[in-house]
Design a protein around this ligand. Sequence first.
Ligand code: PGA
Length: 277
Amino acid sequence: MEGNSCARGHPDERNPSTKIEIEGPTNMPRKALIAANWKMFKTPAEAEAFVDAFLPLVAGHTRDEIALFPSPVLLPAVAAACSGSHVAVGAQNIYFAEEGAFTGETSVLQLKAVGATHTLIGHSERRQYFGESDAIVNKKLHTALKHGIVPVVCIGEVLEEREAGKTAGVLKTQVTGGFAGITPAAAAAIVIAYEPVWAIGTGKTATPEIAADAHRIIRAEVAALLGAEVAATMRILYGGSVKPDNATALISQEEIDGALVGGASLRPDSFAAIVKY
Ligand code: PGA
């Protein structure tokens, strides 16, 4: 494990012959994060039943980080059920103001107070249905970093953009717009989730090669913006129809540092199978 690979943790558990040295001033490993995005599903009782069934399935499974992202109303129950375990809990969204007259929104302070240590920002459903622009993503990212909550910034192209050959441009715009004004020191906490919109909830997964290609584009943009060191250590997750049967091929790509899982994270057995890819 003291090797020079810049891959996320435990390359020796996979295929030692595929260890790849990547250029950069650091050899810090990237520990994979396997994250469950429950979207607008489950009641508190169902969420607790999930955690009760899930924790024994992943007991002792500390190779990677694990996090659950339930609706805000479920956070207290899920955080209580996960307390003392190695499973973290995050929000699916935050508002950029700390408090105020913003009916229906939830602040980072409120979310932290009920146990969230992470938050998704700019999920494609937020962008698509709730008009979240890169400028809003950027404001939310500044707020999350200010309050020490780990931001998982979601980016990805829609089908028409991919078919028109615009994927690289879209990803660069989302990274530059979303990360405006972020310093390299602050950026160290950020996780990116690459989620091609055409693969979310559709059963169509990007091939490991397509995903790795997009991840390389994203990492190069992060390097241009924030420097090689930040880029080399930043975790980039893949999301979009990750299932137990495709998780290994995706996550064992050198460039892919974990997964953001929607549909297949709703059942303890299938999410545990993904965690154990
Ligand atoms: P999916 O969702 O796994 O159901 O495609 C992923 C996501 O939206 O984060």
